[in-house]
Design a protein around this ligand. Structure first.
Ligand SMILES: [Zn+2]
Length: 326
């Protein structure tokens, strides 16, 4: 896969391509960003690019070196990850021994350190010794979702490349292209919940239960209208028993937003639940004022669920509040 197929982070890719073509890529790079933002994928692409056998665009993705690196069979590309909770001294020691030897067959020896913030202090200090005077063939790519926890001395030796959230539309069009059979509204739903991370959108897409949860969220207002106030707590218990009640509320919020939007002209192309148009239509009689009140209650419950709480109580209170308006 060439760099151009990577979704988002164009600023980082430009920087890397420039560094590769000028031969002035820093020996220590720090990719920082949340889980699912593509740090590992881009690191592996860079490992391919610096060792690619093609004379044209790198990485070509097809030469032997690229294929070996992509399949994690390249002797000069290594990934170091946590052993238990930490990256330990023994791992750093064997890294140092390996780094002292020139590449076996490539131009660069690449070490990708995944979860770099979880290096123990001795491991980090050992890595620092190599970063202080790296041989010309070495490339370290540190991956971190919490770069503020890295030793300042390590930070100062690395070129920091923070990943930016990928815009929702970019993730949605990537999903549409990749899957071929996804509805635009569905793609927008995944993209909206992915918080700028393509990897998160793909995880949701692969989650077999997600479609059912989305349908449940689309039916929620009707379910709410059908129950009596005394049934609020039993329903809360059912919702609290879902695999991810927070995700259910996120989906419900998207649905509520769609009702608001549906009442306005030219909204259809921007809906998350475009495939549930008949159900959206049923609720257009609800005044905006009431819908906004409902959104506020759901949003408050969603925020409370983000910290460890009694989920049944939070959801029960939310449902009682909603019963007063629906
Ligand atoms: Zn190649």
């Amino acid at each position: 896969m060439p760099f151009s197929d990577f979704v988002g982070q164009a600023h980082i890719i430009r920087f890397l391509e420039k560094g590769i073509s000028s031969g002035r890529l820093s020996h220590g790079l720090l990719f920082s960003g949340p889980g699912g933002s593509g740090k590992g994928t881009l690191a592996l692409l860079l490992a391919q690019a610096v060792n690619c056998g093609s004379r044209g665009q790198v990485p070509c993705g097809t030469c032997l070196s690229c294929r070996k690196a992509a399949g994690m069979n390249h002797p000069d590309v290594r990934i170091i990850a946590r052993d238990g909770a930490h990256i330990k001294m023994e791992q750093a020691r064997s890294l140092r021994q390996g780094a002292a030897l020139p590449p076996y067959e490539g131009r660069k020896k690449v070490y990708i350190i995944d979860g770099a913030e979880d290096m123990t202090a001795p491991a980090a200090n050992s890595l620092l010794k190599i970063l202080e005077e790296p041989p010309s063939y070495l490339l370290f790519i540190l991956l971190s979702s919490r770069p503020q926890q890295l030793l300042p001395t390590i930070l100062s030796r690395c070129q920091a490349l923070p990943f930016r959230p990928v815009p929702e539309e970019e993730i949605a069009s990537y999903l549409l292209e990749k899957t071929g059979d996804m509805l635009p509204g569905e793609a927008r739903t995944y993209a909206s919940l992915a918080q700028g991370c393509v990897g998160k959108a793909l995880l949701l897409y692969q989650d077999k239960e997600f479609a059912a949860l989305r349908e449940k969220a689309a039916a929620f207002l009707q379910d709410l209208a059908d129950i009596k106030a005394e049934e609020a707590f039993p329903l809360a218990e059912t919702l609290a028993g879902l695999k991810d009640p927070g995700l259910f509320l996120d989906l419900t919020l998207l649905y509520l937003r769609d009702i608001l939007l549906y009442k306005r002209p030219h909204a259809v192309g921007r809906l998350y639940y475009a495939d549930f148009e008949t159900s959206l239509q049923k609720f257009t009689h609800i005044p905006d004022r009431v819908l906004l009140q409902v959104i506020k209650s759901v949003l408050a419950a969603r925020n409370e669920l983000a910290v460890p709480v009694n989920q049944k109580l939070v959801l029960g209170v939310m449902l009682l509040e909603l019963k007063e308006v629906i």
